[in-house]
Write a protein that binds this ligand. Structure first.
Ligand code: HEM
Length: 404
């Protein structure tokens, strides 16, 4: 189905649209101009939404679970059928007090010690994926790293952890894009896409019911909340969350990091010759290229930094814009790969702070280490094609390998 005719954005301060093809590709420039002009932009699209641009505002909203609900994680024209405090994908769509229990049951699966065990497997997977790029002729071969590497690693990692068939990777990437990028389609088309994901997950859950095993899907199916088994909707919603949250985000940061290294030979050479800088560099890539804009809904109308927020309006949390606020970070617009103090918001802040941060950091570090071990020099070919919607990252990124 085709998208409805898009209404062009008249002014980013009063009519912004995160589904506009310009939005993610020009995000840094748009955020900077809005931060100095407003710094709380408004748009009447999607029933009304606000975009705060400073670190302070983003943090304050993320901490405030009384006046804002997380009931719908993705902005759309389709109202959520799932009420507070649970939502359709616990815990990200849940509010207190349900949220803490829904979150607690997932934590052991993503604890640092548990995640560390994945390192060898992830490294092998990166090597296999690099091997699948085929023959590389330095100076000639052009690779689409967004599609052929950055998308593949997190998809393979999370689908293996969930115990989903390896043959389904393309299907899973399609689900991710349907759920997170297609926010401005007609409501019936969006509902059909959501049903396709639900059907797929139901089949995986049924297969795990018949053959339980040591993976995340069986773990969630066997979990309890308030001493009761989870409802089927909770099981499916949490599995959907891990699938969606684990892929698009890591894909985006990995792609943006490789794009940076392709156009900044100094940083690339430093990381090739001093690999011990990689953990700090990963933190800086997370700060500078933080991909997530989370969403909240206003519970009751109230005044916020001089503006009247109306009940049921969306409020966005662009963590990437907060991370580039010059009041919060020295040299906020520069990538400083050995930045000493780096309290960025890439993983959010407050009760919903990312559960998968240890896994994401591990994937990013290992994937970049293996990429640089294979290719020590590469350059951009043309401009990247960017995602649309709340997760910002390159979806096509062509680079020419110069040295392997
Ligand atoms: C670079 C990669 C990642 C980034 C930048 C990222 C970012 C975020 C952010 C900003 C939030 C907070 C959303 C909010 O405030 O509403 C969040 C929540 C969450 N993330 Fe991640 N994430 C990443 C990778 C992962 C991975 C790999 C997983 C697991 C497979 C994961 C699972 C989750 C879950 C379950 C939540 C919800 C936590 C809660 O509501 O209590 N994330 N993530």
């Amino acid at each position: 189905m085709s998208r409805p005719m898009r209404q062009e954005v008249a002014d980013w301060a009063s009519d912004f649209d995160l589904a506009d093809p310009e939005y993610n590709s020009r995000a840094f420039e748009i955020w900077e101009s809005l931060r100095t002009r407003c710094p709380l932009a408004h748009s009447s699209r999607y029933g009304g939404m606000w975009l705060p641009l400073t670190f302070e505002m983003v943090r304050d909203i993320a901490y405030d679970t009384t006046r804002f609900t997380s009931r719908s994680a993705v902005v759309s024209n389709l109202p959520s059928e799932f009420p507070e405090p649970i939502g359709n994908a616990p815990p990200i769509t849940s509010d207190p007090p349900f949220h803490s229990e829904a979150r607690r049951l997932l934590l052991p699966a993503f604890a640092p010690k548990r995640v560390k065990k994945e390192e060898q497997g992830i490294r092998q997977l990166c090597r296999d994926t690099l091997g699948e790029l085929g023959e590389i002729i330095p100076g000639e071969t052009v690779v689409d790293v967004a599609r052929q590497y950055a998308a593949v690693i997190p998809t393979r990692v999370i689908s293996r952890m969930l115990g989903f068939p390896a043959a389904d990777h393309a299907l899973l990437l399609g689900f991710v894009r349907d759920a997170l990028e297609a926010i401005d389609l007609p409501a019936d088309e969006m509902a059909a896409r959501r049903d396709r994901l639900d059907d797929y997950l139901d089949r995986q859950i049924e297969e795990h019911r018949r053959h339980p095993r040591d993976d995340l899907t069986s773990f969630i199916m066997g979990a309890q909340i308030f001493d009761q088994p989870l409802t089927p909707q909770h099981v499916r919603g949490s599995i959907a969350l891990l699938l969606l949250a684990g892929i698009d985000t890591t894909w985006s940061v990995l792609g943006s990091s490789i794009a940076h290294l392709a156009s900044h030979a100094d940083d690339r050479n430093r990381l090739v010759t001093r690999p011990e800088l990689m953990p700090a560099a990963v933190e800086e890539f997370l700060r500078a290229f933080a991909p997530v804009t989370a969403a909240r809904i206003v519970k009751q109308g109230h005044d916020f930094h001089g503006s009247r927020l109306q009940e049921e309006e969306w409020v966005l949390l662009p963590f990437g814009a907060a991370n580039r606020d010059p009041k919060a970070f020295h040299e906020a617009h520069h990538v400083v790969i050995d930045r000493k103090v780096n309290r960025h918001l890439a993983f959010g802040i407050g009760i919903h702070r990312c559960i998968g941060s240890h896994l994401a950091r591990l994937e990013l570090r290992v994937a970049l280490e293996e990429f640089l071990a294979s290719f020590s020099a590469f350059e951009l070919v043309g401009s990247p094609a960017w995602s649309s919607g709340q997760i910002r990252g390159p979806r096509s990124l062509r680079i020419r390998i110069l040295a392997s």
